[in-house]
Design a protein around this ligand. Structure first.
Ligand code: ZN
Length: 83
């Protein structure tokens, strides 16, 4: 049942876009319950996405992908240190 933080990071957009399966959501939210790091990350990701949608429904900001890549790398780097 346990999934790694780096896996959570790859599932976040699926979760937010309501494309994730029931099992994925179950694992995802179980992990969030145990992991404050991912909770914070999830909250920030949601805010970022919602803000982007409100301003420009058809297009994300130019730097959105690079910001997300950076955050993903940060999470994976931290995750590797832990394990
Ligand atoms: Zn986590």
């Amino acid at each position: 049942m346990y999934i790694k933080c780096s896996v959570v990071a790859t599932k976040i957009s699926e979760i937010i876009d309501h494309e994730a399966s029931f099992m994925t959501r179950l694992r995802f939210y179980s992990h969030l319950m145990m992991c404050s790091k991912c909770r914070d990350y999830f909250r920030q990701f949601k805010l970022l996405k919602e803000t982007a949608r409100q301003h420009e429904p058809e297009a994300l900001p130019n730097d959105f992908d690079s910001v997300m890549d950076f955050v993903m790398e940060e999470i994976e780097a931290k995750d590797e240190k832990v394990t």
